[in-house]
Design a protein around this ligand. Structure first.
Ligand code: ADP
Ligand code: MG
Length: 247
């Protein structure tokens, strides 16, 4: 296959049917233990430009990659704008060689539109750097440490993960390591709104009191349950909410 990608002033750039996004420009996988960011993931819109801005290390790239993996469509193209000569390298990787420097942005935009690539422009430094690369249509995510004030873009501040999100992550880690009896008690007793004792927990679980007592002590040791007074137990509200999400 050999068809015209775009006309340039110096000639015609041919697109030689390179079917896959070259490996070095495919979006990497998001962090394996990605947590939180539900609200942010909801807000990123398909079919538009979203700028994720926030300080270094806050989680902009991870958020963008997670969105691409879970909610993006089609092929993704990952461009690290902090890397030197990146536009030329992207085009060459797609076998678009010899594009003059002043035409690279236009050829890049055609490539993205034509292939319906979902674009992640990571580490943008300015609106001037990004604007020439924005395709006429399609989904674009941009990350930057700065506010870019891009036209026609949806700007989103990425804040540090909240304590609640971190806690949920920690609780998940503790929960998956619980032995079956403890895990079951954790799920069942979370439906008690107040404090409860061993006999009550044993009745809910349908298990002998001595086993239930040991299991509850284990939950206390793992900071999933609080002992309040003599043989009475209670969940912290956030922990209880977490336990109730488990089936
Ligand atoms: N929601 C998250 N869940 C788990 N790990 C995260 C999350 N957000 C960021 N991280 C981790 O924190 C580190 C910094 O995140 P990163 O996305 O690279 O920050 P930024 O792009 O804002 O500089 C990375 O190691 C990343 O994997
Ligand atoms: Mg980043």
């Amino acid at each position: 296959m050999s068809d015209v990608l775009t006309g340039t002033t110096t000639g015609v750039v041919r697109y030689r049917g390179w079917n896959e996004v070259p490996a070095q420009f495919r979006p990497p996988a998001p962090p394996r233990h990605f947590v939180g960011r539900d609200a942010e993931l909801e807000k990123i819109r398909a079919g538009g430009v979203t700028v994720l801005s926030g300080p270094a290390g806050v989680g902009k790239t991870a958020l963008a990659l997670k969105w691409l993996r879970d909610r993006g469509s089609g092929d993704g193209l990952y461009v690290d704008l902090a890397a030197p000569e990146v536009l030329g390298r992207v085009l060459r990787a797609f076998r678009l060689d010899g594009v003059p420097a002043d035409e690279r942005a236009a050829v890049f935009r055609s490539l993205v539109v034509r292939r319906q690539l979902t674009l992640l422009l990571d580490n943008a430094d300015s609106a001037e750097q990004v604007t020439p690369l924005l395709p006429a249509s399609g989904t674009v995510l941009v990350t930057s440490r700065k506010k870019l004030d891009l036209e026609r873009a949806h700007e989103m501040d990425v804040e540090p993960l909240t304590d609640t999100e971190r806690l949920k992550d920690l609780l998940d880690l503790s929960y998956v390591e619980l032995p079956e009896r403890q895990a079951r008690l954790y799920r069942l007793c979370a439906w008690e709104s107040g404090a409860f004792g061993v006999p009550h927990a044993a009745a809910i679980a349908g298990e002998p009191e001595c086993d239930v007592e040991d299991a509850l002590d284990d939950l206390v040791e793992k900071s999933l349950l609080t002992e309040v007074g003599d043989d009475a137990f209670r969940f912290h509200e956030l922990v209880r909410a977490h336990a109730r999400t488990k089936r």
